[in-house]
Every structure is written in structure tokens, then in C-alpha cells.
Design a protein around this ligand. Structure first.
Ligand SMILES: [Zn+2]
Length: 106
């Protein structure tokens, strides 16, 4: 990881401390994407599979996305938070989303 990339990841998203301030100079990154199932597309796909068969429907169908990306986040987690904190995934996802909202508002 080069200097500019490391500067972007210098602060832990959970404790807001510098990543090197913990017990070990080690950190983790976590990329998360949120998807929402497109129920109408899923019904169209299922209907086509019932009318034809799944193999033919896969070739003859529109091959549209059955789930759409609704959000994504990239987290930086310091070693201390990695070892000692155990937040639910939903909290991790909201951590950076909230930060981005604050940056837009601020
Ligand atoms: Zn931390």
C-alpha cells in the first residue's frame, strides 16, 4: 500500500484513533455492499422458468439483475477494535454511512 492509500486509511472508523496507536501497527479493511432483491424481476424470472425450464429460461430470458446494489461502505478497523470490539454488522455498515452524511452536512 502506497503513501496516499495509507493516508486515506489512517483513522479507525470505529474508535477514531490513528491506526498505529494501538497495541500492534496492524489494521484491517472491510468492504460491504448492501443489495435489495428486485421482487418484480424475481417474479418475472420465476415465471419464465415455470413456462419453459430453468436451463432454457437462463438462455432465452432477459438476464436482468435480480438484486440491485443499495449502498456500499469501506471500513478501516484498527487492531485494538478488531480484537476487543464486536459490533453487529449493521452497526459497522451505519458507522461509515453516518460519517459520510456528516461530511456532506458539515
Ligand atoms: Zn479502532
Amino acid at each position: 500500500m502506497k503513501q496516499n492509500e495509507l493516508r486515506d486509511k489512517a483513522t479507525c472508523n470505529l474508535c477514531k484513533n490513528k491506526i498505529g496507536a494501538g497495541q500492534l501497527p496492524m489494521f484491517f479493511t472491510l468492504s460491504m455492499k448492501q443489495y435489495v432483491i428486485d421482487m418484480q424481476a424475481l417474479q418475472r424470472h420465476s415465471g419464465l422458468e415455470m413456462m419453459l425450464n430453468p436451463a432454457i429460461a437462463a438462455v432465452m430470458g432477459p438476464d436482468e439483475d435480480l438484486a440491485k446494489e443499495a449502498g456500499k461502505t469501506d471500513l478501516v478497523i484498527c487492531y485494538d477494535c478488531y480484537v476487543h470490539k464486536n459490533p453487529p454488522l449493521a452497526v459497522l455498515f451505519d458507522t461509515v454511512v453516518d460519517d459520510e452524511v456528516e461530511e456532506v452536512e458539515g
